[in-house]
Design a protein around this ligand. Structure first.
Ligand SMILES: [Mg+2]
Length: 390
């Protein structure tokens, strides 16, 4: 079996389905919030949403499919213009070697960012292909399920007013979620009044859901070390499971210092890449919860290596974002806690619906998700992009 054809296609559509559209104009603090002209909303600065679909087709007609984000079309160009060179003519079962060729071959411009998105999507496609070849779901290839169903947490909770915020949180409890994550609205540019509002919002969420539901809060890289140290001291009474991305991903020293002093556990990693990036976070005691994204870290092959590092250090992993590659991985990986899911808030229905770019992605029921046993990843497109090998 040899790889006959590789194609990466850019689509002007979010990899996160309806979620990006919902979030685009809602207030939240971000890495750009220190610049007043880009403070709100996220659509003022983030490039247009796009995704890259990678198809890897063999000479016997099987096609494996992977996907990732594709900001500015950079990733699809990298896959088509460079990574495909290492794939065409190769045995697609030699995933470890192919990963290494792509990683080493892209070092002059790679190591992190768009190149790793591309390697991730190709890796996901190769695991999908292997599953289809062996007629096994990917979770079986990873060693089988260690949890079934997968617990999911509800990830949304952008504050507009008390009524909507509390109704949304109460709805998640009613649906059966045991954990949920809110977004902070304020950072250092909003001064002490903003910090007070951040704290009031966490208190409101805790008071709304009680003390038997895990709550988390995302700062989307929008704080500084000084700000984070102060607010985490003040947030200690509310028993947050974690605060997410309080600092820029490159601020390793800041994370080391924050984790040393914060009474609230610190999560980060959705903008980190490969075992090398996570090794620095883990061995420097810079993080409490490891949080890679399957479409960025390097796909299944590299995610397993990062989990080994985390597990040996006694750290849990909680993957970023949703999608079938993530669900297969979380089903099979002991180090993982649960999966993130982006429900439509009760106050947004029925203007928005829970759609995924792919057909076949299971939706949570009662706060849990069950992965199907279809071969490979088990997803289907709602349109046809494949063409026969010529
Ligand atoms: Mg996040």
């Amino acid at each position: 079996m040899r790889i006959a054809r590789v194609r990466a296609t850019n689509f002007e559509s979010s990899a996160w389905g309806d979620f990006s559209e919902r979030e685009a104009d809602l207030p939240l603090v971000t890495a750009m919030a220190i610049h007043p002209e880009y403070r709100h909303p996220i659509s003022t600065w983030r490039p247009a949403e796009a995704m890259c679909i990678v198809e890897v087709q063999t000479d016997d007609g099987l096609t494996g499919i992977g996907w990732c984000e594709d900001y500015c079309g950079a990733t699809s160009r990298i896959v088509n213009g460079h990574l495909s060179r290492f794939l065409i003519g190769a045995d697609p079962r030699e995933i470890t070697k192919l990963w290494d060729l792509m990683y080493r071959g892209s070092i002059p411009y790679g190591r992190k960012g768009a190149a790793l998105y591309g390697i991730s999507a190709v890796d996901i496609a190769l695991w999908d292909l292997r599953g289809k070849h062996l007629q096994e779901p990917v979770y079986q290839l990873l060693g089988g399920k260690v949890r079934d169903p997968i617990p999911a947490y509800a990830s949304h909770l952008h504050y507009l007013d008390d009524d909507r915020f509390c109704a949304e949180a109460e709805d998640y409890v009613k649906q059966g979620y045991k954990a949920m994550k809110m977004r902070f609205r304020h950072g250092p540019a909003d001064g002490l009044p903003g910090m007070n509002k951040n704290i009031e919002l966490v208190k409101l969420l805790r008071d709304t859901v009680g003390d038997s539901i895990d709550i988390m809060a995302d700062a989307y890289m929008g704080w500084t070390l000084e700000y984070a140290r102060r607010i985490t001291r003040r947030l200690a009474p509310y028993d947050l499971k974690w605060i997410e991305e309080p600092l820029l991903p490159d601020d390793l020293n800041g994370f080391i210092e924050l984790r040393r002093t914060s009474p609230v556990p610190i999560a980060t990693g959705e903008h980190e890449y490969t075992r090398y990036g996570f090794e620095l976070l883990i061995k420097n005691n810079a993080v409490d919860i490891v949080q890679f994204d399957m479409g960025r870290v390097g796909g299944f092959t590299e995610a397993r290596r990062v989990c080994s590092l985390a597990n040996a250090a006694g750290l849990p992993v909680c993957t970023h974002a949703y999608g079938l590659p993530t669900l297969h991985f979380v089903a099979a990986e002991p180090a993982c806690l649960m999966a993130e899911y982006f429900p439509v808030p009760v106050w947004m229905k029925p203007d928005h619906s829970e759609t995924d770019f792919f057909d076949g992605a299971p939706m949570p029921r009662g706060g849990n998700i069950t992965v199907s046993d279809e071969p490979g990843m088990g997803y289907k497109f709602d349109f046809q992009i494949q063409e026969p090998v010529s």
